[in-house]
Ligand binder design. Sequence first.
Ligand SMILES: [Mg+2]
Length: 222
Amino acid sequence: MTDAVLFDVDDTLCRYRRTGDELLAAAFEQTGLEPFIGLEEYHDRYPEFVDDSDSMTDLRERCFAAIAADKGRDPAAGRRVAQAYADERDHGNVEPLPGLDAALDALGDLPLGVVTNGAPAMQSEKLAGLGLEEAFDVVVHAGYDAPAKPSPAPFREALSALDARAERTYHVGDSLDSDVAGARAAGVGAVWLSGDAAAEPEPEPRPDHTVATLAELPSVVR
Ligand SMILES: [Mg+2]
């Protein structure tokens, strides 16, 4: 017997149609600057700037300003590129991951929830872009409505809203560190969406179930 199913959003329900490379190229084009930041460099440096109090846009601005300064450029140029990057990103321009529609059809009679680490406005645009603004009975924006995953708190908030018991609820997500760890901390069944990356044979923390695509989810949950 299953009381409810919870979902992560990014890289679980959907992904952006435009890649980071495409956005970065568009951002440089928008500013008229010669491209001086590569995506890999951005991703490598980004963790240095992570700070709970800032928005993603602020973090990216600080990161791009630092990369610019390191290259002997005006940090303001880095900030302009970061602003253009944010302008170019359309959070509603997402595509569903394979198996999403089939999974939601098969599970539609159960209470369904979302537990996502992400700003409410941004995550709402994604759900609207998928045509799923009405599909979930509760959406918990962890990091905003509750502490961020892997804290068990946002899972408990969803359970309480759905009147579901942890041991009869599943959470599916692509991140071992936030989804699997958080679900386990809350006593919820952890379903890891491994994607097609030849699934790690011994994922840590250990999920209760591993699925390659959402199409496999109904057989796990039922
Ligand atoms: Mg995710």
